[in-house]
Design a protein around this ligand. Structure first.
Ligand code: NAD
Ligand code: ZN
Ligand code: ZN
Length: 407
């Protein structure tokens, strides 16, 4: 089969690789019908995630048709159309029992990503996300083995196009969990740092729960413009406004927003020194977005962090967070927890996650998709890949944005 494989930084290729096979009784084999490139894949693409091996198959946002089922699979059957969460979770361990699926203790045979780990068990395995996270093959492929099929894949009812439900696999639950963690509701205010796919999904979910005011910060005008048109955010370009938090404080009666969402993560731009130190691996993460989030949030507010962080941050300014009495919530998304509810919102027309798609490409063009998304070329917001090529009506970039302009 064909699959997108990693070789080294900026070198990914679509190659012929052996077909996957069932390995455990509760595995299924999936024929992939649609898969996407995530901002998390860009960390790998840039060579920032350790424990990658040449030939590893990437991709953790995917859906398709069940081709084969293991003997112990009861939740799905051959022929079902399913979306698969990026977190591989057993469904019955200590953490799965608490619906903390990203903390599943049984699916990651790698070392996990905690540096000062003592003997703590690693969290859940992830598809296509290095040998730190279990070394599972990903779904930017024609076929993929899906373990723990009684706890992950969600069956999609007929009548919903792939594009409408694909993001249930990751970025939609991630935006939703970021909003839930931020304790947002009717009348509240939020600053979302990062207008990438995760920031946009957070904006959609913030509107869904009745948030009144959304500030959105990025350096890419085309993403900010889209967010302003689609979700009514107040855009702030940090290349034009040197200190977005200062402006947000001024516009909120000198208090700050109820919560900030950091949808950027450890590769945050805007501090040349921190970018250089992280490139040299002297620093784990850039603290630029986090410091802005702390500064923009009112006393007693929440800083919610879906953006991925790694290792040390020396410029964290924990003292300001203490003085303001802030709450921090963060982590990988407990994807399985949110998927059924979000599917209902999509079915009822309350969420239209597909409006962010700009590029429909064939899986065979995946390497080009990575380059376009990483360089933010062609006003790229989100790339969807289809094995064998995109359906003809969905070919032109931006065609999906003709869908209704509601969240
Ligand atoms: N927690 C989870 O389970 C989970 C799931 C999916 C993605 N993620 C993470 O979420 C983050 C965002 O993902 P994405 O798909 O939107 O990626 P993306 O790279 O497309 O978006 C990031 C955006 O942040 C902007 N940015 C850079 N520096 C900034 C700064 N200092 N202030 C404000 N904006 C800045 C970039 O211009 C870009 O538009 C990534 O770190 C990704 O790994 C986490
Ligand atoms: Zn992802
Ligand atoms: Zn578990």
């Amino acid at each position: 089969m064909k699959a997108l494989t990693y070789h080294s930084a900026k070198d990914v290729r679509v190659e012929n690789v052996p077909d996957p096979m069932l390995q455990q009784d509760d595995d299924i084999l999936l024929r992939v019908t649609a898969t996407a490139i995530c901002g998390s894949d860009l960390h790998i693409f840039r060579g920032k995630i350790p424990a990658m091996k040449s030939g590893d198959i990437l991709g953790h946002e995917f859906m398709g048709i069940v081709e084969e089922v293991g003997a112990a699979v009861t939740k799905v059957k051959k022929g079902d159309r399913v979306v698969v969460p990026f977190t591989i979770s057993c469904g019955h361990c200590y953490f799965c029992g608490r619906r903390m699926f990203a903390a599943c203790e049984t699916t990651n045979t790698g070392r996990g990503a905690i540096m000062n780990k003592k003997n703590v068990r690693p969290g859940a395995g992830l598809f296509g996300y290095s040998h730190l996270y279990g070394g599972y093959s990903g779904g930017q492929a024609e076929y993929v083995r899906v373990p723990k099929a009684n706890s992950g894949p969600l069956v999609i009812p007929p009548g919903l196009a792939d594009e409408r439900v694909l993001f249930l696999s990751d970025i939609l639950p991630t935006g939703y969990q970021a909003v839930a963690n931020a304790e947002l509701g009717p009348g509240s205010s939020v600053a979302i740092f990062g207008a990438g796919p995760v920031g946009l999904m957070a904006a959609a979910c913030a509107r869904l729960v009745g948030v009144e005011r959304i500030f959105m910060i990025d350096e890419l005008d085309y993403r900010l413009r889209f967010a302003a048109e689609t979700y009514g955010v107040e855009p702030i370009n940090f290349r034009e406004v040197d200190d977005p938090a200062e402006l947000i404080i001024e516009r909120t009666d000198f208090r700050g927003v109820d919560a900030s969402i950091d949808a950027v993560g450890f590769e945050a731009k805007g501090s040349a020194v921190e970018t250089m130190l992280t490139d040299l691996k002297l620093e784990g993460s850039s603290g630029k977005a986090l410091r802005q989030a702390i500064a923009a949030t009112r006393r007693g507010g929440v800083v919610s962090v879906p953006g991925v962080y790694a290792g040390f941050i020396h410029g964290f300014l924990f003292g300001d967070a203490f003085e303001k009495g802030l709450v921090f919530r963060m982590g990988q998304t407990h994807t399985q927890r949110h998927m059924p509810e979000l599917l209902e919102h999509i079915q009822a027309g309350r969420l239209h996650p597909e409006v962010i798609i700009t590029h429909h490409l064939a899986l065979e063009d995946a390497a080009r998709g990575y380059a376009i998304f990483e360089q933010a070329e062609e006003s790229c917001r989100k790339v969807v890949l289809t094995p064998g090529g995109p359906r003809s009506e969905a070919m032109s970039p931006g065609s999906a944005t003709t869908a209704p302009r509601t969240p």
